[in-house]
Design a protein around this ligand. Structure first.
Ligand code: ADP
Ligand code: ASP
Ligand code: MG
Length: 407
């Protein structure tokens, strides 16, 4: 039993849907197949736009009801295309797949999959075409899993069904050292550890949804990222760190342009203030990333600066202004001109000079670093969005990532 997932570009048109159907049909000649599909091309963006035209602040429940239809269209069309080439297929929505999620709209987590119906169809010899990116709450309301969430549907189904493979088909040949659409000399990685991929996905490598990587790591699923338009290519396989055959100090460079920065100025320095400020943001479901607290001379007040997703800026700004007046802070600043450039690599912890080299290279290119954050296997710099792509290329060059890898 295998799971195959096809992203938006792969099912953009009817011609491409027929191509996808032929890949699925050929796999189905030897295996049971669950095929997970995304919405056609930019359908989800289009639906989001439509929703905002219908009302200024669309209700999240209704937004999920709307967005989930994109994947349902593709699933039905792929099933039809399969039937047309003589394969028996049935399309299923998230609810029909038995996917239950939390009762949170727009970014729900899967809590349970009842695989009974899918197994029954597979046992009857059918190909199951699953609408990605969606589930239902315990009350039966439709939810979505967050942008890019069809990857997560695929890995979650692979885990629940104990699939022997989970292939994520997309519009590039696998995971590269950087987005190949930004750095043409980026190299394809034959393998990458779950930890590095998770870190890369969290800091902007759109190729896999972070939650999908988390699930793959938890269940040890050998996810393979492959090219829909060149399905013979081996692509990239995700593995446990201890199974890696290739050692690299730096595996990849990523950029996240969906960033903004906020600062709350001269907050009184007393216990509980940070809790109050970030509590107010958490209440509005705003996730906060890089955080810096800097003290002023005299030590009685601090500035606290942090980054958020650009789409959360308005909500976060409002929450912060309220927190400023409650805590007696002097004011609030918002900066939309932010991108985050990161390097990720399991070897970073053994190389104390890497951070300094990255900062110097950006400095020499006259790129100002606004903020820095690190983990054991990642270094991130917030810079001006204008410099984003240039910075990725500079850092990619600096660590010689354009050279083919060797064992
Ligand atoms: P899909 O619609 O198939 O889910 P996505 O657009 O979500 O595809 O993800 C594939 C895209 O991810 C590629 O077209 C590429 O531009 C981008 N990408 C960003 N970083 C990387 C990377 N390190 N390796 C491969 N692709 C990347
Ligand atoms: N269609 C959804 C999106 O555009 C989910 C996905 O493609 O994975 O985000
Ligand atoms: Mg995607």
């Amino acid at each position: 039993m295998i799971v195959q997932k096809f992203g938006g570009t792969s099912v953009k048109s009817l011609a491409r849907i027929k191509n996808v159907a032929s890949i699925i049909a050929s796999a189905a000649s030897t295996d049971s197949v669950v095929a997970v599909v995304s919405a056609m091309g930019d359908t989800t963006d289009y639906l989001v736009k439509l929703a905002h035209q219908a009302g200024k602040a669309p209700n999240r429940r209704e937004l999920d009801a709307l967005l989930s239809t994109g994947e349902q269209i593709s699933a039905a069309l792929v099933a039809m295309a399969l039937n047309d080439v003589g394969a028996r297929a049935v399309s299923l929505t998230g609810a029909q797949l038995g996917i239950t999620t939390e009762s949170i709209h727009a970014a729900a987590r899967i809590v349970d999959i009842n695989t009974e119906r899918v197994r029954r169809h597979l046992d009857d010899g059918l190909i199951v075409v699953a609408a990605g990116f969606q589930g239902k709450t315990r009350e039966g309301d439709t939810t979505t899993l967050g942008r890019g969430g069809s990857d997560t549907t695929a890995v979650a189904l692979a885990a629940a069904l104990h699939a022997s493979a989970c292939d994520i088909f997309t519009d590039v040949s696998g995971v590269y050292t950087a987005d190949p659409n930004i750095v043409p000399t980026a190299q394809l990685l034959k393998e990458i550890s779950y930890e590095e991929m998770l870190e890369m996905a969290r800091v902007g490598a759109q190729v896999l949804h972070p939650r999908a990587v988390e699930l793959a790591r938890k269940h040890g699923i050998p996810v393979r990222v492959r090219n829909t338009f060149d399905p013979t290519h081996e692509g990239t396989i995700l593995k446990g760190a201890d199974e890696m055959e290739i050692y690299r100090p730096v595996s990849g460079v990523t950029v996240d342009r969906d960033q903004a920065r906020l600062a709350i100025l001269k907050v009184p320095d007393r216990p509980g203030v940070a809790g109050e400020i970030f509590g107010a943001l958490a209440e509005r479901r705003v996730s906060v990333d890089m955080i810096i607290q800097a003290f002023h001379e005299g030590g009685s007040v601090n500035d606290i600066t942090f980054t958020v997703k650009r789409g959360d800026l308005v909500t976060a700004h409002q929450a912060l202004k309220e927190a400023a007046s409650r805590t007696g802070a002097e004011g609030v600043l918002a900066d939309e001109d932010v991108a985050k450039v990161s390097i990720v690599g399991a070897g970073l912890m053994d190389q104390p000079d890497v951070a300094a080299r990255m900062f110097s290279a950006l400095g020499q290119a006259d790129i100002n670093i606004k903020m820095i954050s690190t983990s054991e296997i990642r270094i991130s710099c917030a810079i001006s969005d204008r410099d984003a792509e240039r910075a990725v290329r500079i850092v990619h060059d600096l660590f010689h990532l354009d050279e083919p890898e060797s064992n």
